[in-house]
Design a protein around this ligand. Structure first.
Ligand code: F6R
Length: 251
């Protein structure tokens, strides 16, 4: 395993404290030089303690997000922005509504697209990331299929933002929050692996023993398109921040 690829913490709170301090320092130092900071963000249960820590830094330590632009990894297709399970709703409820980030600097793929609009929408998302100067810091979780974003098995290392068919395991994992499998969308828009890997710094978070097997494949397995998180092994500045549970299967 590459030196520095994995850091193990005794609990998620310790991991997110360290990570939020790194991101705060990045935002402050870029702001002092007159630059925006571009954050790539994830949804799901994993980033919640990280978002709580960012909100605390904003409230208690005056960390401003006025110089921050955000790009989320993905959005379910077929959901309006104000759907309770849309990632737009998730991000506003759990992060953006509590910070001073400008609404015009917040970007998520749209979940409401006609088939003929998808290609142009994805190309525009890629263009917006490029025009913002690229992603300075990318936050990731990992799905049971090994996905980062919604790059399900078979996604190539060079894939770009596009429509993806969600793996049955991913839909199963989302079933309880949607009130049953039948309500879980079948497709999503996701940044590609290639889009993600262009970020200058990447940290993947994983907590709990239920993530241990897939984390092991991503960290110690061969790099391959059946586990898109394994591509991080080849990134010059990517790291897995794990709690003890998620790290328990590692050699
Ligand atoms: C979410 C995303 C996904 C999740 C992954 C883990 O924007 O891109 O890759 O990070 O499915 O989800 P949780 O954190 O709920 O286990």
């Amino acid at each position: 395993m590459k030196v520095g690829l994995v850091q193990v913490f005794s609990c998620p709170e310790d991991a997110v404290r360290k990570l939020a301090a790194e991101v705060a320092e990045l935002i402050r130092s870029r702001a002092s030089q007159g630059f925006m900071t571009v954050l790539g963000l994830a949804t799901g249960n994993t980033p919640l303690p990280f978002y709580r820590e960012l909100i605390r830094l904003h409230r208690e330590e005056g960390l401003s997000f006025e110089t921050v632009a955000t790009f989320n990894l993905d959005e379910y297709l077929g959901l309006d922005r104000d759907h309770p399970e849309s990632y737009w709703t998730f991000m506003h409820r759990n992060l953006f509504d509590h910070l001073d980030v400008s609404p015009e600097n917040i970007h998520l793929p749209s979940g409401r697209l006609r088939d003929e609009e998808i290609e142009a929408h994805c190309a525009a998302y890629e263009r917006a990331i490029r025009e913002a100067g690229g992603i300075d810091f990318q936050l990731l979780g990992i799905g049971r299929t090994g996905h980062i974003g919604f790059n399900e098995p078979g996604s190539s290392k060079s894939s770009r933002t596009r429509r993806i068919h969600l793996d049955p395991i991913t839909r199963e994992d989302a079933a309880s929050s949607f009130g049953g499998l039948d309500h879980v969308p079948t497709h999503a828009i996701t940044m590609g692996c290639g889009t993600i890997l262009e970020a200058r710094r990447i940290v993947l978070l994983a907590w709990g023993g239920h993530k241990a097997a897939i984390v092991k494949e991503a960290v110690e397995g061969t790099v391959n398109d059946q586990v898109s998180a394994s591509f991080l092994q080849e990134h010059p500045n990517a790291c897995f921040y794990l709690d003890r549970g998620a790290a328990e299967a590692l050699d």
